[in-house]
Design a protein around this ligand. Sequence first.
Ligand SMILES: *Cc1c(COP(=O)(O)O)cnc(C)c1O
Length: 369
Amino acid sequence: MPEQILVTRSSIPSLEEYVEEIKPIFESHWLTNMGVKHKQFQSELCRYLGVDNIELLTNGHMALELTLQAMNLQGEVITTPFTFASTTHAIIRNGLTPVFCDISPDDFTIDTSKLESLITDRTCAIMPVHVYGNICNIEEIERIAKKYELKVIYDAAHTFGETYKGKSTASFGDASCFSFHATKVFNSIEGGAACFRDKKIGEILYDLKNFGIHGTEEVSAVGANAKMNEFCAAMGICNLRHVDDEIAKRKLICEHYRERLSCVEGLRLNVIQENVKPNYAYFPVIFEEKMFGSSREEVFTKLAENNIIARKYFYPLTNTFSAFHGRFDVSQTPAALHISRRVLTLPIYADISIETVDKICDIVLSCKK
Ligand SMILES: *Cc1c(COP(=O)(O)O)cnc(C)c1O
């Protein structure tokens, strides 16, 4: 067993497989700027995700940030604070105003019963997050967006490979943005992608990820540099061959955790959603101290003492970040605050051993009083 068990461990192909994949890059000396591997990865992803329109980017954050820019939005974007910093930052870095909606305490995604009351005449979009791979209330979000003519951009960073009612999570909303960061279910070392309904968005994104350069002699937008390089694309191509096996292994790990940790008073596991093919990206546990006898902090510390590094995803809430100098009122999102103070995500990855999972469960259960 390795010294320290972290919350995740990056999936990688064999060295031989990767070397084979990058050989053409060494032969061509074409390292980045939409080369052969970039094109190949893009088309393989379209096939895997079951979509026609996809733009590759350096990371998931730039997928969110540039997609918002490509839509040329102004005003307020309704989102949730129970997410990674990236979601909120993407909104603010575009000069847009985040308006925080609370989350459903059951699946931690945006509480659509509270959404409509937050819409003003300045609202331009909704940016919901499929937290831990739990799928948002797609139908209700669609209905509200249509009624008020709002754009919907999903932060789909946690949902790679998932389907809802048989449809790829890449196909929902006006756009869905993925992260292929090393820590995610599927990685290209660093990487990300935006999937979108309107082909026009793709043309704008293509320019925006390359400084806004259009053709060769025109710069028509204030873009960024967010191109995926050939080595990352090659890693993505390799990992894509194995991702279904990895998800199948994660399923077994998740099932073992559930066997050991369900029906414990004061300890709540993630929902199993109907109509969803999950990817088992995270294994969150909610600790209700009054019933469990120990707090989330105590369990976290106990695990850390045993070299097991669980994570408090997502704590703190983004609407409490010191970067925002008290600009947002956290009392507006009480369910998110409640969950963020009680959640711990336990280590899960394809090749974690059942013995390690048992050890983690033993430690967690030893905190029950
Ligand atoms: C990882 C993540 C991102 C950002 O993706 P990067 O590839 O790390 O830039 C955005 N949103 C959520 C919910 C994430 O988990």
